[in-house]
Design a protein around this ligand. Structure first.
Ligand code: ADP
Ligand code: MG
Length: 286
């Protein structure tokens, strides 16, 4: 494409809500046939809600500590838990807080140690989840278990609605023979449910943030260029690895700083817009 075509394309893009920071990626986007999507905040709305609380022995004082701990996390699941605990007591105990990437959080007060997170976190902490701890758990929900002093106290079941526009975009891509992948840190059954709803061909679940970028490398070995669409802090390494990186403008700053292309509205259809802009730039339609 000529420099004028590129300038015109970036101008058209910006007016339509597609901000192109790296023009080389427009060329690669025009040639790409593989696209990987993050789930939370990308194919889903990203504001998950607590659907169910299994309370085995959590007291109001414990729930106050859970709220205090999760207020210190930026994770969408943490925000969902804080929202569901908005009427719970407030606690201002002295607390140390550790974010365990891809797993959850560990918080300690002078008296207690809280473990809040997924099964991986619990097994790494030497705690075994027993069958009762899985009771009433819906397949499309993400469970967050809470232990205090190594005792299982409660489980928050959280789910996130799929974006209304996601199905249409996936269909549009399928009609154009794109290979479409879902890459998520969430558990397998949630990935299965999104995969089924959107009729996605491929998925990889329970990926740690560092494994998302390895997944992109695997896809690049199959066929490159590879496009990655994501929004979270945990997507930044995968965005950096991809040949074309598209960030949701509603997402984390680091995702936008890493990506070559940013969608300025939380409208996943802008991915199709970006692809069309890339094609027209190459055909010198602008
Ligand atoms: P993704 O955005 O693809 O779901 P993440 O790496 O951000 O991936 O999270 C993976 C998993 O780690 C979550 O599904 C959840 O089980 C757990 N997790 C991460 N942070 C938290 C947190 N603050 N509170 C509870 N669980 C968390
Ligand atoms: Mg995300």
């Amino acid at each position: 494409a000529t420099p004028t075509a590129i300038m015109a394309a970036t101008g058209v893009g910006a007016r339509r809500g597609v901000l192109v920071r790296d023009i080389n990626q427009l060329h690669l986007l025009q040639r790409a046939g593989t696209i990987a999507f993050d789930k939370t905040g990308t194919l889903t709305v990203g504001t998950p809600q607590v659907q169910n609380l299994e309370n085995w022995s959590a007291t109001p004082a414990l729930l106050a500590l859970v709220k205090q701990a999760q207020q210190q996390s930026q994770h969408p699941l943490a925000r969902a838990m804080v929202e569901s605990l908005k009427d719970a007591d407030a606690s201002s105990d002295e607390m140390t807080f550790e974010n365990v990437s891809g797993r959850g959080v560990i918080a300690s007060t002078l008296q207690h140690r809280l473990i809040i997170g997924n099964q991986r976190l619990f097994s790494e902490q030497g705690l075994t989840l027993e069958p009762p701890h899985f009771e009433h758990l819906a397949g499309d929900a993400t469970p967050v278990w809470v232990a205090m002093d190594d005792q299982l106290m409660a489980r928050f079941d959280i789910s996130d609605a799929i974006r209304a526009e996601s199905a249409g975009l996936i269909q549009w891509l399928k009609q154009r023979n794109w290979a479409i992948w879902l890459l998520t840190g969430d558990r397998k059954s949630v990935a299965d449910s999104v995969q089924q709803t959107l009729a996605l061909d491929h998925q990889m679940a329970e990926l740690l943030p560092e494994h998302k970028s390895q997944a992109v490398i695997q896809l690049q070995k199959k066929a490159s260029p590879v496009v990655m669409v994501g929004d979270g802090i945990n997507d930044a390494p995968a965005l950096a690895q991809a040949d074309v990186s598209i960030a949701m403008g509603s997402g984390a700053d680091v995702a936008m700083e890493t990506a070559g292309i940013t969608l300025m509205r939380p409208d996943i259809n802008l991915v199709a817009e970006a692809i069309q802009i890339a094609q027209k730039t190459q055909q010198k339609i602008y």
